[in-house]
Design a protein around this ligand. Structure first.
Ligand code: FES
Length: 143
């Protein structure tokens, strides 16, 4: 392979890699759409399965009837818990990075269980009960 061909192929490979990485990061950032059934937000089976078949430890879900998304975590024990992504300081939408929530408004931070790591927020996040039924996850918004 001559130098020109090597550079030409290398540029296409880099462009393809960067595009794939960008698309994957955008896909993981977008909340999954979940359906409402009564007072429950319902997640389809496979919500925790990534496009490449790996299992995620958390997903962010939303529905048009919600003002803020909900983060759902699969715990090491195999159980699930859900956290409303609404800051308890003044209600801003939180960002989830790994197992930590950060508030872009005034800098509060919370752990994956909703406990305050950093103020000005002083109250924990709202944790919602999750139960499995017929292979689907049901997050109760009534509790
Ligand atoms: S609204 Fe989140 S820290 Fe103020």
């Amino acid at each position: 392979m001559d130098r020109r061909t090597f550079i030409h192929h290398g540029c296409f490979a880099c462009a393809a890699l960067m595009t794939t990485s960008l698309l994957n990061s955008c896909a993981s950032a977008a909340p999954l759409a979940a359906t409402m059934e009564g007072d429950d937000l319902v997640l389809a089976p496979g919500a925790f399965t990534a496009a490449d078949g790996t299992q995620k430890s958390s997903v962010v879900v939303s529905n048009d009837s919600l003002k803020r998304p909900i983060a759902v975590f699969r715990d090491p024990s195999g159980s699930y818990h859900a956290v409303l992504m609404r800051c308890t300081h003044r209600g801003a939408e939180l960002r989830l990075t790994g197992d930590r929530f950060d508030c872009p408004a005034h800098g509060s931070a919370f752990d994956a269980q909703g406990a305050v790591l950093k103020g000005p927020a002083s109250s924990p996040l709202r944790v919602l009960p999750v139960r499995e039924q017929d292979g689907r996850l049901r997050i109760s918004l009534k509790a």
